[in-house]
Design a binder for this molecule. Sequence first.
Ligand code: NDP
Length: 234
Amino acid sequence: MNRSVLITGGNRGIGRAITETFLDAGDRVAVAHRGTDELPGALNLRCDVTSTEQINVAFTSAEAAHGPVEVLVSNAGITDSAPLAAMTEEQFSHVLDTNLTGSYRVAKRATRGMVRIRHGRMIFVSSVMGAAGRRGAGNYAASKAGLVGLSRSIAREYAVYGITANLVSPGLVRTEMLEDMPEDMRLQLLDRTFLKRPAEPEEIASLVFWLAGDESRYVTGAEIHVDGGLGLGA
Ligand code: NDP
C-alpha cells in the first residue's frame, strides 16, 4: 500500500509480527527500538522511547526515507514486576516512562507530520491488565490504563485533522514477555482465557493492520480486546 509506517518495538514479539504484516502489504516501515535485534526489510532506527531526543532523530530519519509518518503503532513496552510493598519508585517510574510517557512522546512527535497531511492513524498496544489490574504488576497495569485516557484524548483533539487514535488490548500473547511471567500466574490466566491458549503475535498484528486501513476509517477512541475472552474475568 506504500504508506509510511513507524512501529516502536517493531523488531521482536508482537511488534515484529505487526512490522511483517505491513511489509507484506507493501508499506514502508520504520521500526524504532533499542537495538537488541534488527529486522530485515524494515528501516531499523536505534531509539529508546524514554528519550525525546532519540525519538525526534528517529522520526526525522523515517520522514527522510519514507515521507511523513501516516501510521504510528506505539507498541514498545516492558514489565518490571514486584509486589507493591517491594516495588521501588524507580521500578514504578521506569515502566510508566517507557509504556505510557513513551507513547505520549511518539504520539506528540507523530502529530507534526499527520497534521500537515491532514491524515493519520495512531494505534496503541495496551493490555487487558490495564482495566483488570495484575497482581504484582501495579506499575504495568497503571501504564496500560493510562493509555486509554491518552489515546481517547488524542482521538478527541485530533479528529479535526483526520487523525484517528485507537487501542488494541491483548490478553496473553506468545512472546518473550510471556516467558518472563511466573509460571503459576501464566497458568492461572490461561485457565481464565476462554480459548485456553495464548494468542500468536500475528493474531494481534491483523487487528492493528485493520485499524490502520481504510475499512476502519470510522473507528476512533475505541479499545478493542483481542484476548480470547480473558478480559471478561473468571
Ligand atoms: P517483547 O518483550 O517481546 O518486546 C518488547 C519490544 O519493545 C521489543 O521490540 C523491544 O525492543 C521494545 N522496547 C522495550 N523497551 C523499549 C524502549 N525503551 N524503547 C524502544 N523500544 C523498546 O514484548 P511483546 O512483544 O510481548 O509486547 C509488545 C507490547 O504488547 C508491549 O507494549 C506489551 O506490554 C504488550 N502486551 C504484551 C502481552 C503479552 O502477553 N506478550 C499481553 C498484552 C500486552 P528492544 O529490546 O530492541 O528495545
